[in-house]
Design a protein around this ligand. Structure first.
Ligand SMILES: [Zn+2]
Length: 500
């Protein structure tokens, strides 16, 4: 009989529901093993608050070690996102398992198989998983909106306040209170700055003398001071999800003083130069064709231009304006053409993946809804017993709160699943838009998605004389080229600076 190990991990959204989620994942994997006649020789649940690095994931390391030691045939996970948070981790795990010829099977994603199309989809999913974990911060917002509406700031307290848990470890109730030691600095900062007699630098020194220290025991950074001065938290408001909420926190300055400070900052800003923030698309991909130096990014403030360039200290003199190189890279993408057969196969697999994902999510939602119903019934019984006077008020209050807390947790889980679903489908369909619109899709994609495209296609882009001289394709893409599933047209010569 063939052998399998099971690996499970909770995602950030599921921390509250940890035990349940792990159970479901293991059950699904067990079922696969049974249906496919594999004996389960190891089960590795990753503890919830495990490290984000591969090294810190002890259960994963142990699972891989067993596979290598005992030549296990299959490594079972529920979804690819249980395995890794980004493509490089994903393929690192995959290659460690390949040494023992262990195959990864994501039981909920049978379309990700060992065919070229399956591999392609695997790459895309690995990228989508990375993208997803990058936006987890944005995702949890929805479930936190409730907390905001009742005026509780859901994040870390800014300087001058402290986070206090008035509940228990299991049922936390986190509120923000005034920091008895450091709130005075904030009040003083606003008061002095509003007189327009002190510069921010002078205030840095002054607050230092009075005892305010940064995390490293130094003066607080200028930018931090500006951050405090602009933060409406200190007058009882906070911004979350682009909405301003009225918070429960006590004030550390008055609105009149705060408004004065804003006027002074605005006036100062008028005189200062504005820096544009650039995002560097090609770091880690672009290299100098001549000397092999990787490209770095710089910004020339006088010319207001951004450049990619080789390492000056190593003697590399190559540089290209950001827009020039990024346009050339987009042109490279224009040359890529997938075969109709390949596109069709990928579309079929992708549709299946999307359908399967939707079904799984619906099952999960239904499961959660049922549990909420159960809890609501329990709550009704409890309310009845209070009316019947079969329980006392204290017990009622305690149990009522317990149930409400549990329901709120499930509500959050449902909100997370809903948010997740929209994202999955959008991202996968967007990345899989492999028809003639690939170039268009790329050009309109958000930064993270662009990076994702580039990593699918290119390992290295070599530049000299401000032009792309050589392109090294990513291994998987090269495989597709070799199998003639995709072509790169060579007759794409007319670049903007060619002498035609
Ligand atoms: Zn060079």
């Amino acid at each position: 009989m063939k052998k399998a190990v099971i690996y499970s991990r909770v995602s950030t959204d599921e921390q509250a529901n940890e035990g349940k989620s792990i159970e479901v994942q293991i059950d699904l994997c067990r079922r696969w093993a049974k249906e496919n006649q594999h004996s389960v020789v190891g089960i590795y649940p990753e503890p919830g608050k495990s490290a984000t690095t591969l090294k810190g994931r002890v259960a994963l390391q142990e699972a891989i070690a067993q596979c290598q030691l005992e030549k296990v045939d299959v490594f079972l996970v529920m979804d690819t996102d249980r395995l890794a948070r980004n493509p490089s981790d994903h393929f690192l795990i995959k290659s460690s398992l390949e040494k023992s010829k262990t195959r990864i099977v994501a039981v909920n994603q049978p379309m990700i198989d060992d065919s070229v199309e399956g591999n392609f989809l695997e790459t895309i999913m690995a990228g989508v998983n990375a993208f997803q974990s990058q936006i987890t911060g944005r995702k949890v917002k929805k479930s936190l909106a409730k907390k905001c509406e009742i005026g509780d700031w859901p994040g870390w307290a800014p300087l001058g306040y402290i986070n206090v848990n008035t509940g228990t470890e299991d049922k936390p109730n986190r509120i923000v209170e005034i920091d008895p030691e450091r709130s005075k600095y904030i009040t003083l900062l606003f008061k002095l700055f509003s007189t327009d007699k002190y510069s921010v630098d002078e205030l840095r020194d002054l607050l230092y003398e009075k005892g305010l220290r940064s995390k490293y025991g130094k003066r607080v950074a200028r930018s931090s001071l500006y951050g405090y001065l602009k933060n409406p938290f200190y007058i009882g408001l906070f911004r979350f999800n682009d909405t301003i909420f009225e918070g429960n926190q006590p004030l550390l300055t008055t609105k009149a003083i705060f408004d004065l400070c804003q006027k002074i900052i605005e006036r100062n800003n008028h005189n200062a130069c504005r820096r544009r923030k650039y995002k560097w698309l090609l770091t880690g991909i672009a290299y100098c064709h001549d000397c092999g130096s990787r490209f770095y990014c710089s910004h020339n403030h006088r010319k207001k231009m951004a450049y990619y360039h080789g390492a000056y200290p190593l003697g590399c003199k190559e540089y290209v304006p950001l827009a020039v190189l990024e346009d050339q890279v987009a042109d490279e993408i224009k040359r890529i053409k997938f075969s109709d057969e390949f596109k069709q196969k990928i579309q079929e697999k992708a549709k299946e993946l999307i359908r399967q994902t939707r079904d799984n999510r619906n099952d999960e939602l239904q499961n959660l809804r049922n549990r909420v119903k159960g809890l609501e019934a329990k709550r009704n019984v409890l309310e009845d017993s209070l009316l019947d006077q079969t329980i006392d008020k204290e017990t009622f209050k305690r149990k009522h709160e317990e149930i409400n807390y549990e329901i709120q947790g499930l509500d959050n889980d449902m909100a997370n699943i809903e948010n997740n679903r929209g994202f999955d489908l959008d991202m996968v369909t967007q990345v899989l838009n492999l028809d003639d619109n690939l170039y268009e899709t790329y050009q309109h994609a958000v930064f993270e998605a662009k990076r994702q495209y580039l990593s699918i296609f290119f390992d290295r882009i070599e530049v000299y004389d401000k032009k792309i001289q050589n392109v090294v394709y990513a291994p998987l893409f090269q495989k597709l080229l070799d199998a003639e599933k995709v072509t790169v047209s060579t007759n794409w010569l007319p670049r903007e600076d060619s002498n035609l």
